[in-house]
Write a protein that binds this ligand. Structure first.
Ligand code: MLT
Length: 218
């Protein structure tokens, strides 16, 4: 997997096509996982996680375009947990455009895209749900915060969302997770939240629970 894809809509990214054999064996359309890394990450970070979560699924993994002291992110922030909302909205629009372009370039079904985001990547995935309902068919949000509260709220009826949070997370305090859960429910999403005793870093437990949740959605 050391092939380099040409940038699309200005996004450096990796794309791994769905495994046709697996798809035939399971007699279902595998989703495309949109993998969104955390601050300082890259398009390579979550490929292995994606393969573990839904074996054989197509993987679309962009690198965030914003640089903060050399670290890639998906949108600007003014301070820890204080987001530049105008930039967030613009970057969310750009990412939505990227998904559309990528679905045409790589021939995947744009109606079957599930976001898997960690930290800053989870925050732009939540922003995508709130600003562009219809782009994601489901989302796995690992250590997310409330990115913004749009007015009016979107209709996310029937959209399944999995949130994984750490009780000792110094970046995302439990209150933030509760707020996000409430906000998404208010929009009609079906939210499942799992709490861990750990902090901001992911554990095997997060992966196992997200995988089980994704399997249960079939
Ligand atoms: C963010 O800026 O999106 C959150 O604070 C998470 C992170 O540290 O990247």
């Amino acid at each position: 997997m050391d092939r380099r894809e040409q940038p699309l809509n200005g996004f450096l990214h990796r794309f791994v096509p769905a495994d046709a054999q697996q798809q035939t064996a399971e007699q279902e359309t595998l989703p495309t996982l949109l993998l969104l890394h955390g601050t300082g990450g890259s398009e390579n970070d979550l490929l292995e996680l994606g393969q573990t979560l839904v074996p054989g699924a197509a993987l679309l993994s962009p690198r965030g375009k914003v640089l903060e002291n050399g670290m890639a992110r998906f949108f600007r922030r003014l301070a820890e947990g204080v987001f530049d909302i105008a930039d967030l909205k613009q970057r969310t629009d750009e990412l939505a455009g990227f998904i559309t372009t990528a679905s045409a370039a790589y021939h995947f079904d744009p109606a079957h895209v599930i976001a898997v985001g960690y930290s800053n990547g989870a925050n732009i995935a939540a922003s995508m749900l709130l600003l562009h309902p219809g782009v994601l068919s489901a989302a796995v949000l690992l250590r997310p915060m409330v990115p913004l509260v749009p007015e009016p709220l979107p209709d996310l009826t029937g959209i399944p969302v999995f949130i994984s949070a750490g009780r000792m997370d110094p970046i995302v305090i439990p209150h933030e997770t509760d707020r996000l859960e409430r906000l998404l429910r208010q929009c009609g999403a079906t939210v499942t939240t799992r709490w861990h005793s750990g902090g901001h870093a992911l554990s095997h437990e997060d992966v196992h629970e997200a995988k089980t949740w994704l399997q249960g959605r079939k």
